[in-house]
Design a binder for this molecule. Structure first.
Ligand code: NAD
Ligand code: MLT
Length: 527
């Protein structure tokens, strides 16, 4: 039975889905202290969180069975992703489930801010009639500056256009053409500060975006600008915002998120011109049902079928695509595994070439599969398709990948060259028919090896009796040969024999083979 821990509040739709799944069970245990989480995390294959649970390296050290972390929502600043990646744990989020809801909240906050709705509610309930004091502003024809034109920023832009606002956008990672094609104006950050009546941020919290709206930025803004943060606390510097409001440079701020959550009592709350919500951006029935269903679906798919959806630390491969890519990934993994048994010394370089027709599939995953096969017998840590590239990098191995549409002799060919301090091997493989993997070349030796089971490569001189002697030696020990091929290496001085046997060849018999007069080298291979 695989176990899923749900450690934050999750809509029950997803919990029900997990419970209905055979072989998987869910434990809902919210409000755990880090210490409590550390004690129990070792029992679980999967963890589902929202923003409250902090998944630190320290907690992951105890997560010996954990395969996947699913975030019901978008932001992953509460997960140590590099630590998870290193341990081979897939980290997923549900990027689409709450974007409309959050964009709508942004517009709601802007409206509430500009028309003093929260202040009106509070004063009226307190028995006052502050009609004059709470006069607001129209947003019609005003300029809204959007920083970050991603999933949420682009919906906000669209909604604001419907409100007849003049929308300008700053996002250095989106081309000006993309923004123009959507009918908006892209601009520089300074220009956005200079022209906007309202500024809303929709960027992830990164080193580069922390404190993005700070004292210097406020200085560049229009007198009386209003700012909105429904992204992450700290993207607007809270101290600098306080000063900018007190100095009346900024006419108001709407905050859904805070550097520390919950923020408790803090200076910004003393200002009438600050309105706020307790991280309600994604809190609608629709969004919570969406993210709960999506995260449950993704976790079930991964635990049961290995299908990766919406992972942030490994490329996503959905079921159908995985089926089509599967044979190539399996071939790449086996080539990696063969290479792991061939090279001597320390690994320096791995070059992966995918040549020919792969039916338009993105073959970048083949690199990960090769590295996984190659590193599996070498590294102590468990290696999988999540952490293989990281482990290779940590070991200083230079990895390159190239693709070409043409392949000589074969429809498709994956070639992996591995350079180590003492050896250099090139192994090529192809898929016969729909899914049969074959190794077709090892250095210059052409062969047709089924990369499965007990195999051996024997380098021998060109003396004709060698093949017979090898067969006799194995036969004497009851080891049957199920496939054999003889070829020549480049200079024609030596022959290479590829053998497939019905059982593995014990070390003692390998030594016997090695001592035959015409045999130079015997390399056993197990795939
Ligand atoms: P996204 O990844 O789709 O978009 C982010 C955009 O920011 C990208 O287009 C990126 O190019 C841009 N960007 C990155 N660095 C930038 C920079 N320095 N300047 C300008 N643009 C930059 O993300 P999203 O789904 O739109 O989410 C945006 C934010 O909203 C995230 O921080 C997320 O955590 C937060 N969020 C909050 C709530 C909430 O409840 N308040 C709900 C959902 C998401
Ligand atoms: C998110 O990043 O998705 C939001 O912060 C929403 C949430 O989970 O509360």
């Amino acid at each position: 039975m695989m176990k899923v821990l749900v450690s934050d509040n999750l809509d029950k739709t997803g919990i029900r889905m997990i419970e209905e799944e055979e072989g998987i069970e869910a434990d809902v245990n919210t409000g755990l202290s880090p210490e409590d989480l550390k004690q129990i995390i070792g029992n679980y294959e999967a963890l589902i969180i929202r923003s409250a649970t902090k998944v630190t390296d320290e907690i992951l050290q105890q997560a010996k069975r954990l395969k996947v972390i699913g975030r019901a929502g978008i932001g992953l600043d509460n997960v140590d992703i590099p630590a998870a990646t290193k341990r081979g744990i897939v980290v997923m989020n549900t990027p689409g489930g709450n974007i409309v809801t959050t964009a709508e909240h942004t517009i709601a906050m802007m409206m509430a801010l500009t028309r003093n709705i929260p202040q009106g509610t509070v004063s009226l309930k307190a028995g006052r009639w502050d009609k004059k004091k709470l006069q607001g502003r129209e947003i019609f024809n005003k300029t809204l500056g959007i920083i970050g034109y991603g999933k949420i920023g682009s919906i906000v832009a669209d909604l604001a256009r419907g409100l007849k606002m003049n929308v300008i956008i700053y996002d250095p990672y989106i081309t000006a053409e993309q923004i123009e094609k959507a009918g908006f104006e892209g601009t520089t950050l300074n220009e956005l500060y200079r022209r906007s009546d309202y500024i809303t941020v929709h960027v992830p919290k990164l080193k580069s975006t922390t404190g993005l709206l700070n004292k210097k930025a406020f200085e560049k803004m229009k007198e009386g600008v209003m700012v909105i943060n429904c992204a992450r606390g700290g993207i607007i510097d809270e101290n600098d915002l306080y000063d900018a409001i007190v100095s009346e440079k900024v006419a108001g701020a709407a905050l859904d998120v805070f550097e520390t959550e919950p923020p408790g009592r803090f200076p910004l709350f003393e200002l009438d011109k600050v309105i706020c919500t307790p991280h309600l951006g994604a809190s609608t029935y629709e969004a919570q049902t969406n993210v709960s269903r999506e995260v449950a679906d993704q976790i079930i798919e991964y635990l049961k079928n290995g299908t990766i959806i919406n992972a942030v630390n490994v490329p996503s491969v959905a079921g159908e695509l995985l089926k089509r890519l599967g044979p190539y990934l399996s071939l790449a993994d086996r080539i990696g595994s063969l290479q792991a048994q061939l090279f001597c010394g320390a690994l320096k370089e791995v070059a992966i070439e995918c040549n020919g027709d792969f039916h338009g599939l993105d073959m970048s995953l083949a690199t990960t599969a090769v590295l996984k096969g190659l590193l599996a017998p070498i590294v102590k840590d468990d290696v999988n398709s999540v952490n293989a590239p990281v482990l290779a990098k940590e070991r200083g191995i230079k990895v390159t990948e190239t693709t070409r549409l043409e392949a000589e002799d074969y429809i498709n060919l994956i070639t992996v060259k591995v350079i180590a301090t003492e050896t250099s091997f090139s192994v090529s493989g192809t898929i016969f028919g729909k899914s049969a993997p074959r190794i077709v070349k090892i250095n210059n030796f052409r062969l047709e090896m089924i990369p499965d089971g007990h195999l051996a490569l024997i380098y021998k001189t060109n003396r004709p009796e060698a093949v017979g002697r090898i067969g006799t030696t194995l036969g004497m020990h009851d080891i049957g040969i199920t496939q054999m091929q003889v070829g020549q290496d480049d200079d024609g001085e030596n022959s290479i024999i590829y053998l497939r046997t019905d059982s593995s060849i014990p070390e003692k018999i390998l030594d016997e083979l090695r001592s035959l007069p015409s045999v130079n080298t015997v390399i056993p291979l197990e795939i």
